[in-house]
Design a protein around this ligand. Structure first.
Ligand SMILES: [Fe+2]
Length: 178
């Protein structure tokens, strides 16, 4: 009997061996869940960019502590951005990754040419974090009511607390400086 030649599985066969993604979430719930995450991702990118802008351009007697505080916050927001984008991917959906998409989707808005005074920067950023806290409350409500997806609710609840804390740090800074 002639020996049969072993061939490696074709790419198609390898793909077929992978089970369909099943996270226990109904397929029709995925667009709603990932749309909330995409909008949040866009908001976080806007906030990250504003923090970078202010880190570079802050001026005045409070320069150094504000320069450092803004850096600490953009580092925290950068980690949030990665976490949210990767959560979108875990649902088998492409994460938006262009500035054009982020600008179009975000609830937070940019202010081109913004050359605010130092404490106005602090106030704007506190307002951004508090807006995100409110958006996140609404998003958690929606996911709880419509999809009941515990993982995303947990992610968003954690982010709500992070933004609440970052808002407080900015408010406390403005109060100490006034
Ligand atoms: Fe820097």
């Amino acid at each position: 009997m002639a020996a049969t030649r072993k061939t490696s599985p074709t790419p198609k066969a390898r793909k077929a061996a992978l089970p369909a993604l099943d996270l226990g979430v109904a397929k029709e719930q995925l667009p709603g869940i990932t749309a909330i995450l995409k909008t949040l991702l866009a908001d976080e990118v806007i906030l990250y960019t504003r923090l970078r802008n202010y880190h570079w351009n802050v001026n005045g007697p409070h320069f150094y502590p504000l320069h450092q505080l803004f850096e600490a916050q953009y580092d925290e927001v950068e980690a949030i951005i990665d976490e949210v984008a990767e959560r979108i991917r875990q649902f088998g959906v492409a994460a938006p990754g262009t500035l054009a998409e982020f600008l179009q989707m975000a609830r937070l808005k940019e202010q081109p040419g913004d050359v605010s005074a130092a404490m106005a920067m602090v106030a704007t950023l506190a307002g951004d974090h508090e807006a995100l806290v409110r958006f996140l409350r609404e998003d958690i409500e929606i996911i709880d009511d419509e999809a009941d997806e515990a993982g995303v609710e947990d992610l968003l609840t954690g982010l709500l607390q992070q933004h609440q804390k970052m808002a407080w740090m900015l408010r406390a800074t403005a109060e100490a400086a006034s």
